[in-house]
Design a protein around this ligand. Structure first.
Ligand SMILES: [Zn+2]
Length: 135
């Protein structure tokens, strides 16, 4: 697997704070209901906190009440990479940034949310950085 943005581990460690590093580069999960974007309704674009790639927008964000920012679709299909994740005795689909391979969260499907895709991209706030729309 190769990404457009690849850096040695020590560079990621230097650029990210320890909490960001743990989630983005070690696939940790931030505690539910603690992330800064969980309930955000600000209009704008959510970019990868590691590399700046645009990943999600407020247009696809919805209230899932699950404790993490939830989107029913990425900004562009190829902005994210989906990988089967068999950690913790479950089979889940991991969501990574397609440009730098950083961990973002997981995507779940068929949960019955009233969204156009019936998918929930459950994304750590700390993996994202929101750029509010101008005006
Ligand atoms: Zn990235």
């Amino acid at each position: 697997m190769s990404y457009d943005v690849e850096k040695p581990d020590e560079e990621w460690r230097a650029e990210l704070n320890p909490a960001e590093y743990a989630v983005l580069r070690q696939a940790a999960t931030e505690p539910a209901f603690t992330g800064e974007y969980t309930d955000s309704k600000t209009k704008g674009v959510y970019s990868c906190r590691a590399c700046g790639a645009e990943l999600f927008t407020s247009t696809e964000k919805f209230e899932s009440h699950c404790g993490w920012p939830s989107f029913f679709d990425p900004k562009d299909t190829d902005a994210v990479e989906l990988i089967e994740d068999r950690a913790h005795g479950m089979v889940r689909t991991e969501v990574r940034c397609a440009r730098c391979g950083s961990h973002l969260g997981h995507v779940f499907e068929g949960e019955g949310y009233a969204t156009p895709t019936d998918q929930r991209y459950c994304i750590n706030s700390i993996s994202l950085r929101l750029t509010p729309d101008e005006g």
